[in-house]
Design a protein around this ligand. Sequence first.
Ligand SMILES: *[C@@H]1O[C@H](CO)[C@@H](O)[C@H](O)[C@H]1NC(C)=O
Ligand SMILES: *[C@@H]1O[C@H](CO)[C@@H](O)[C@H](O)[C@H]1NC(C)=O
Length: 375
Amino acid sequence: MHLKNLLSLLQKRFLATSATLSTTSATSQPNPSSSSFTVHFLVNSCGLPLEVALSASKTIQLDRNNAQKPQSLLSFLKSYKFNDTQIAKLISKRPSTLQSRIHNNLEPKFQFLIENGFGGELLPKLILSNTEILSRSLGSHIKPTYKLLKKFLKTEESVVVSVKRASWLLTMDAEAKLVPIMELFVREGVPDERVTHLLLSQPRTFVQNVDRMAVCIKTVKEFGFQPGYSMFTEAVRVKSSMSDSTWNKKVQVFKDLGWSEQDIAYAFVRSPRFLACSEEKIRTTMDFYVNTMKLELKKIVSFPKLFNYSIETRVRPRYRVLKVLVSKGLIKHDIKPVWVFQQTETRFLDNFVLKYVGDVPNLLEIYNAAETKAI
Ligand SMILES: *[C@@H]1O[C@H](CO)[C@@H](O)[C@H](O)[C@H]1NC(C)=O
Ligand SMILES: *[C@@H]1O[C@H](CO)[C@@H](O)[C@H](O)[C@H]1NC(C)=O
């Protein structure tokens, strides 16, 4: 009783302050007794911080004479492995959950998700990552969308993997977005497994407008890509991931740095991803290879993968080590840096650091040196 009085006092203060901020709150001001019960329930039973509870109480009204209802909803969530943190998060994000119907709404939905691979702790995680699932109809949205995903991704396991990564897939308008793009790829002759792989690894590609996607495909083909070629979907993904003006700006940055259109096309066909770099990354990367390493432009163009490596964490430290080894005559000066940058961390350490610590005792420190100490 004591706490409840305190809460309603705090709430009155809150309403009084917000009334001065918003002229409409005077008319929409909820019934004080049921709203203090709502705040009380949100704080004490759902674990919401008072501030959050106060603002949530403006969107829902719990009936103090029917406290059984929200209470059984909480028990229901607990029985589906929602822990206290998750319940508080869910109710903060979507207070109206407390008013959901269990038997003809949540329960069949949860059962469907569990039967299709989202059992145990996956279920609360899925719901929290996309609470919109709770408001979509099972029969007319969730089920048909799941069916489409399953059709394109082939196995339940793949659907789970991709929905875990991109839970919006379950609530997107798949019929209007996903299907037309899928069909477009298939019509263009992209092998089934490439399309599946793209959906699995880069689902964002499928929220594009289909007409724009068709234009991207046309552009990519003009670069000489064949739809059967394994890199085709990657090229389309990169092309469609940015607006035309961003694309043109990047092309211009390369041109300003001495690349010809043919150079850009040549590199794009070899490693489409290099055009996904930001303008900033293009400049800093080129700066390092050209001005610090003195690599010929021709070399950079023929190894666009060079843009896939982080200069600060991979390239520069390795280059420091190579310079020392070359200066001491321990390795040949014409060693191919591209080949060295490509190696995994472990292989690089074995082949170029640990192998030579006998000759250069501080080699590991040189490799790990902070940027300011760069040589
Ligand atoms: C609830 O589960 C989440 C996700 O597994 C976890 O991060 C969190 O610490 C858990 N909270 C409690 C109170 O167990
Ligand atoms: C680029 O790097 C990413 C991770 O950093 C890797 O997954 C990808 O395979 C690399 N791509 C190329 C073309 O090397």
